[in-house]
Ligand binder design. Structure first.
Ligand code: PLP
Length: 467
């Protein structure tokens, strides 16, 4: 059996890559992975990160166009975060926040979040992940309506192709067909279509389609009976579903419908929180006033796990003043080390004015540069919002997005393209034949040029492959 002890060459050199791959295959069950396929190829072993770049064990330098997994907002190698974590570990590595106990970093972080969140948010519940936070939402929403005397208001409406995590409740709230097909969902969840103009907006302007897509919520509410519906949950911009940027008319109309039927609105900002769209929270850009905001990822830039729920005043007043014990919580709710990491990460985001940069400088620049890819023979309708962007790979282009001819999904063109991205030193994710990015918010204009250049080279290589 292989052992991770030999020295090879290159970066972090106290192991042998082939031994790591062999042991990985023998023992490590990865998330969302086909292990039979992985065993053949062997995993890519990441060893180091600095700024927007990663290095693998073969010493390849790779531009991380996905911020890890939509999370490394401040980039890799921030020693001030590791120092904050180290100091907190030395002082108080852990204590729980059950049983009338608290800790200083958790209180500081809750206070900071209350000051940077939209004004209706003065309270926070901490978890260790976005999925746990969405489970918390389900518990809170149902508890709220019970306390309000509406015992039947238990159904939460999500969207097909939305992603809200991988715990049982998170997977149920999301609308990922592959996850639902494997079973284990919870009852009391319904779904409506996603606001995907390219998919469903034929014959309409984007603005018209936004109203139509929001109208699906009203139809579902009436279908279920408004007295049964507790909440609607959605990502301001769908991430894992393929960077689906909704028409500007969509979210205000969703808000109007939620208000009309007194339905709670949950914004899942696990991706869009902490600056990714050029506002601290995506809800601000979309001009909505949610009752709950789910956060994770960017709160610590992924340096250590942390998530949570911002609880708006409407719900907080009932849960806190009338609720008595809320029988819910995690060992690591308000973990002092995770909160210390978040405090330093948020200090960086604020001091370096990363949100403003995405709003007025690098965000518009990224959008403009990404749009230049539209002249590539494979590319249809690239679009961007802040620091998320996507383009469609198509067999035949057309001016109107609905007239483009797609590839057969069996051809796996997106995956072929993703492989060429890796070979060209850039990580870009494929969702079917849609290629997406969500780079670190620290990316400069020069690095955006480099990224778009690498993407174009990889698109050329993909085209050459297909001919
Ligand atoms: N919600 C959204 C919008 C996400 O994108 C994700 C993860 O990608 C989650 C929830 C789940 O977060 P986690 O993987 O931290 O559980």
């Amino acid at each position: 059996m292989a052992a991770i002890s030999e020295t090879k060459t290159g970066v972090q050199q106290d192991f042998d890559t082939s031994a790591v791959r062999e042991l990985d295959s023998a023992h490590f069950i990865h998330p969302f992975t086909d292990h039979a396929a992985l065993a053949v190829k062997g995993a890519r072993v990441m060893v180091r990160g600095e700024g927007i770049y990663l290095w693998d064990s073969d010493d390849n330098k790779i531009l991380d166009g996905m911020s890890g997994l939509w999370c490394v907002n401040v980039g890799y190698g921030r020693t001030s975060i590791s120092q904050a974590v180290y100091r907190q570990m030395e002082t108080l590595p852990f204590y729980n926040s059950f049983f009338n106990t608290t800790n200083v970093p958790a209180v500081q972080l809750a206070t900071l979040l209350a000051s940077i969140a939209p004004p209706q948010f003065k309270h926070v519940f901490f978890t260790s992940s976005g999925s746990e936070a969405n489970d918390t939402n389900v518990r809170m929403v149902r508890r709220y309506w019970d306390l309000m005397g509406y015992k039947d208001r238990h159904t939460i409406i999500g969207r097909y192709n939305g992603y809200h995590g991988s715990t049982v409740a998170g997977a149920a709230l999301g609308g990922m067909a592959g996850m639902h097909a494997q079973g284990g969902m919870i009852p009391g969840v319904a779904h409506i279509g996603q606001p995907n103009y390219a998919e469903s907006g034929r014959g309409m302007t984007e603005a018209e389609f936004g109203i139509v897509a929001a109208g699906w919520l009203e139809e579902k509410i009436l279908d279920l009976g408004p007295e049964k519906v507790a909440a609607f949950i959605g990502e301001p911009v769908q991430g894992a579903g393929g960077v689906i940027i909704p028409p500007a008319t969509y979210w205000p109309e969703i808000q109007r419908i939620c208000d009309k039927y007194d339905i709670l609105l949950i914004a899942d900002e696990v991706i869009t929180g902490f600056g990714r769209l050029g506002t601290m929270f995506g809800s601000e850009l979309m001009q909505i006033k949610p009752d709950l905001i789910t956060f994770a990822k960017g709160v610590t830039s992924g340096y250590v796990p942390l998530g949570g729920v911002l609880v708006g005043s409407r719900m907080a007043s009932v849960l806190i003043e009338k609720g008595g014990d809320f029988n819910h919580g995690f060992t690591y709710s308000g973990h002092p080390v995770a909160c210390a990491a978040a405090l330093e990460n948020l200090r960086i985001i604020q001091d370096e004015q990363l949100v403003t940069a995405v709003a007025v400088d690098t965000g518009p620049y990224l959008r403009q540069k990404f749009a230049t890819l539209a002249d590539h023979p494979l590319v249809s309708h690239p679009d961007a919002c802040g620091f998320v962007a996507g383009l469609n790979l198509v067999r035949k282009k057309a001016e109107v997005v609905h007239d483009c001819e797609p590839f057969d999904s069996a051809d796996g063109v997106g995956m072929i393209c993703r492989g060429h991205m890796f070979s060209n030193g850039i990580i870009m994710r494929a969702v079917g034949d849609r290629m997406i990015i969500a780079p670190p918010l620290v990316m400069t204009q020069a690095q955006i040029d480099e990224m778009v250049g690498r993407i174009r080279d990889a698109l050329d290589a993909t085209l050459a492959d297909l001919r």
